[in-house]
Design a protein around this ligand. Structure first.
Ligand code: 13P
Length: 256
């Protein structure tokens, strides 16, 4: 597999952090630090910060994403935000199927598929998250589970639409725990995901799709992770909240 065929993306998932002034401050601090990045740089921020961050990032190389969207375009869905609403604001990316949404908000593989299709229909780029729980890994079903999540999420998605999908492999046991997957473990599952894409869409699609790793990636371990042949960048939680740390990860992916 040739890494040069696809782009590395370093995306920050701010989760439920930062008020608007704090968000502006973080983007302003980040801009000069990542301006020469050769990888793509994305900040996925809370809905309430989108307008602030879009304005702060304007004219820079920082792209802006949301962390979820609903599958209907509008209607009686109290508390939800549609993909069209995000697109109209100028948002470019949306995270779909994060394990925290699956764990705490009843997200299923089927609703992930519905949200993903709605996002693509609206013209957004999707960062689709898949990953196993610790018990799944201990039971030896990581490969099957991640393949299943990937296949269901991409049901009825065309090869053309797939060009706007990035997949993030995030082992749930590594998220926010300080327990990173080893570079070998990360690469192994990213390669499995690429294999699933090849079986569904063919070799060119598999070679072209960006597959990120996420889970306790930080300024210290990023270089080894992003250097792996099947790891095309990362989805960063905690370390994306500090400009300096995030920029070190961006630099690692720019070199790798
Ligand atoms: P941490 O980097 O905090 O482990 O979070 C990873 C993550 O869930 C990114 O989506």
């Amino acid at each position: 597999m040739n890494k040069a065929l696809r782009k590395a993306i370093i995306a920050g998932n701010w989760k439920m952090n930062k008020t608007r002034p704090e968000a502006k401050e973080l983007i302003e601090a980040l801009k000069p630090l990542v301006k020469d990045a050769s990888c793509e740089v994305v900040a996925c921020v809370p809905f309430t910060n989108l307008e602030t961050v879009l304005a702060a990032a304007e004219g820079s190389n920082i792209k802006v994403g949301a962390q979820n969207c609903h599958f209907e375009t509008s209607g009686a869905f109290t508390g939800e935000i549609s993909a069209d609403m995000l697109k109209e604001m100028g948002v470019e990316y949306v995270i779909i199927g994060h394990s925290e949404r699956r764990q705490y908000f009843g997200e299923t593989d089927e609703t992930v598929n519905k949200r993903l299709k709605a996002a693509l229909n609206a013209g957004l780029k999707v960062i689709l998250c898949v990953g196993e729980m610790l018990a799944d890994r201990e039971n030896g079903i990581t490969a099957e589970l991640v393949a299943l999540q990937t296949k269901i999420a991409l049901k009825d998605v065309s090869a053309e639409e797939l060009k706007n999908v990035v997949i993030a492999y995030e082992p749930v046991w590594a998220i926010g725990t300080g327990k990173t997957a080893t570079a070998q473990q990360a690469n192994e599952v990213c390669a499995i995901i690429r294999g699933v894409i090849e079986s569904l869409y063919g070799k060119a699609a598999a070679d072209g799709i960006t597959v990120q790793y996420g889970g306790s990636m930080n300024a210290k371990n990023a270089e080894e992770l992003v250097a792996q042949p099947d790891v095309d960048g990362g989805l960063i939680g905690g370390a994306s909240l500090k400009a300096e740390d995030f920029s070190v990860i961006v630099k690692a992916a720019s070199n790798g």
